[in-house]
Ligand binder design. Structure first.
Ligand SMILES: Nc1ncnc2c1ncn2[C@@H]1O[C@H](COP(=O)(O)OP(=O)(O)OP(=O)(O)O)[C@@H](O)[C@H]1O
Ligand SMILES: O[C@H]1[C@H](O)[C@@H](O)[C@H](O)[C@@H](O)[C@H]1O
Length: 350
């Protein structure tokens, strides 16, 4: 598992004097306009950065967020964005009546109808972080931005949507390009995690990417699958009553990173991601997460570890996978962090 700090941070010539800040989130906030049968049904705060910081804040994982918005940004947020007065905030319209996905659910058709400025390397603080998250939605992450992130963060998780989206010049419809043609491919051997939805995964070669980093493919109500080198595992989902899928993938990634920062193995962290994703689809806009939920995670992780109803080969695969990925816990995780997943006095240690 490639979770070690980049070589530049390992040399004796660059001792780290200032302790790392925890998580750096890079991606623009946006306004989401939900449209059904020609009518606007909701206008909400969007952008992967907003869903992810919501998950991290609710889990008490400290994070710093770099995001740009225009003069018209109209939401109260905990992590202030950079305001570009001469620009408008990125806006996505999500049409729920134009497409049907492979499993028969009405799916979104997304259009970017306004775009704020890209995030430049100079917008990112010159500090060190345990974890970086490149989570653009409207093309605001540039190759040089990602390069800076891999230099200052021990591990970088990337949402593929930040890299492969292109926008129709006439109506802003979101289209995807192959990862190899995205202009980011040369940096990807330096990242730790690449997250894609099952639709987006069609735009990369999973077999190739899993040799470079840990690939996580989310699949809506079916949960997710993790790939790393020769290991693969499916992480089963939680039941949810879907109201709006917007932000599910973002909350998933937030949950995955919370789990990793707290020292869970990758499959257990992905289980946490599944939980945050499932709760998100039950809401329009940003869901509120509470301690009851963390209790649910703890119970679920415990239960799944004890479950004997896995087929023996699957069970062995999963155990081996857990074992191999366990050393991939962050070297920087210290005992002070462990109590953060304490719920009602019970530890999350498994
Ligand atoms: N209907 C559902 N029921 C239960 N869990 C769900 C459902 N939809 C999504 N999830 C959870 O959320 C995760 C992410 O969902 P999904 O694969 O739809 O991501 P996505 O397409 O990137 O989402 P978005 O682009 O809307 O943020 C899934 O892996 C799953 O754990
Ligand atoms: O708020 C949403 C959300 O962040 C989605 O993950 C992204 O696909 C959309 O573009 C955005 O509008």
């Amino acid at each position: 598992m490639t979770l070690n700090p980049p070589p530049s941070q390992q040399t004796p010539h660059s001792p780290r004097r200032i302790p790392n800040r925890r998580v750096l989130i890079v991606g623009n906030y946006c306004h989401d306009v939900l449209i059904q049968n020609g009518s606007v049904v909701a206008e909400t705060l969007g952008g992967a950065a907003s869903f992810i910081s919501n998950v991290l804040d609710s889990s008490s994982v400290s994070c710093e967020l770099v995001s740009k918005v225009g003069h018209d940004f109209r939401f109260e947020v905990t992590h202030s964005p950079i305001v570009v007065p001469e620009k408008e905030t990125t806006v996505f319209e999500a049409y729920f009546d134009l497409g049907i996905d492979g499993i028969g659910h009405a799916d979104r058709v997304l259009k970017r109808v306004s775009a704020c400025d890209p995030i430049l390397p100079s917008d990112i603080p010159d500090s060190s972080f345990d974890f970086g998250m490149a989570v653009g939605v409207g093309g605001e992450i540039l190759p040089e931005t990602l390069e800076k992130m891999v230099e200052i963060c021990d591990v970088v998780a990337v949402d593929i949507q930040a890299l492969i989206r292109v926008f129709d010049p006439v109506d802003g419809a979101v289209k995807l390009v192959d990862l190899k043609e995205s202009g980011f491919f040369h940096i990807l051997h330096r990242i730790g995690f690449l997250k894609a939805s099952s639709d987006e995964a069609l735009f990369m070669d999973v077999e190739q990417m899993k040799q470079l980093c840990c690939v996580v493919v989310t699949n809506g109500e079916k949960g997710c699958r993790i790939y790393h080198k020769d290991d693969e595992a499916t992480v089963t989902p939680f039941l949810a009553k879907q109201v709006d899928p917007t932000g599910a993938g973002d909350s998933f990634l937030g949950g995955l990173v919370v789990g990793l920062v707290e020292g869970l193995t990758v499959p257990d962290a992905a289980l946490l991601g599944n939980l945050f994703g499932s709760i998100t689809v039950e809401h329009i806009g940003q869901p509120k997460f509470d301690l009851m939920m963390l209790q649910r995670v703890q119970d679920e992780v415990q239960k799944r570890k004890k479950q004997c109803n896995l087929s023996s080969s699957h069970k062995n695969d999963l155990n081996e996978f857990h074992e191999r990925l366990s050393p991939a816990r962050f070297s920087c995780v210290d005992s002070q962090l462990q109590p953060k997943l304490l719920v009602n006095g019970h530890s999350c240690d498994r």
